[in-house]
Design a protein. Structure first.
Length: 183
């Protein structure tokens, strides 16, 4: 099932970003599989379950969102990598939400959007936007390497973001999840 394999690839990418070694032989990209049509738990419910789980523990790289603006900020580059028009629409919708608005519809819409694979052009565009957050802090060698290919730019951008503690990118799902598609 491609959904399960993709989930594993995403977890492996996150583990690599955080300095862990993944030795699981499962790989993504099995043809013919699709995401399930239903959720066991709705996306926002999953956040609430995680909130309870991490109540007395340190949180992961991406803090659990408390507001629509935080939820959108965590996912915006992942959405941009898939559909720039959706990116603009999510931005408009999020900017109009009142403080304390329920996030269940936004969370569900984001998850459904992120199930789409990015095209090469939109993926490159999102990575270039992310690179803009760190390019001034890259060394000359890193900047040269980043110009070699989209995959190299992504790898260098990840490295500089971690080294420089670039908070906005460190709280972005795209920092790890796009590595599944950039190869």
């Amino acid at each position: 099932m491609r959904a399960l394999a993709r989930r594993h690839a995403l977890l492996a990418a996150e583990m690599q970003l955080r300095g862990y070694v993944d030795r699981t032989p499962l790989r993504h990209g099995r043809p013919g599989a699709a995401w399930p049509a239903v959720f066991i738990d709705e996306p926002w419910t999953q956040f609430e379950l995680l909130r309870g789980k991490y109540e007395r523990r340190a949180h992961g790289r991406i803090p659990l969102p408390r507001t629509a603006h935080e939820l959108w900020a965590h996912h915006k580059y992942s959405v941009l990598a898939r559909d720039p028009s959706q990116y603009r629409e999510f931005g408009r919708v999020t900017s109009r939400l009142r403080r304390g608005a329920a996030l269940d519809d936004l969370a569900r819409a984001l998850v459904l959007t992120l199930r789409q694979p990015p095209s090469r052009g939109t993926l490159t565009n999102a990575i270039e936007h992310m690179w803009g957050h760190v390019n001034r802090r890259a060394t000359a060698d890193e900047a040269r390497a980043a110009r070699q290919s989209c995959a190299r730019m992504f790898a260098v951008m990840q490295s500089v973001a971690v080294r420089e503690s670039e908070a906005y990118l460190l709280a972005s799902t795209a920092l790890s999840e796009l590595s599944v598609d950039v190869r």
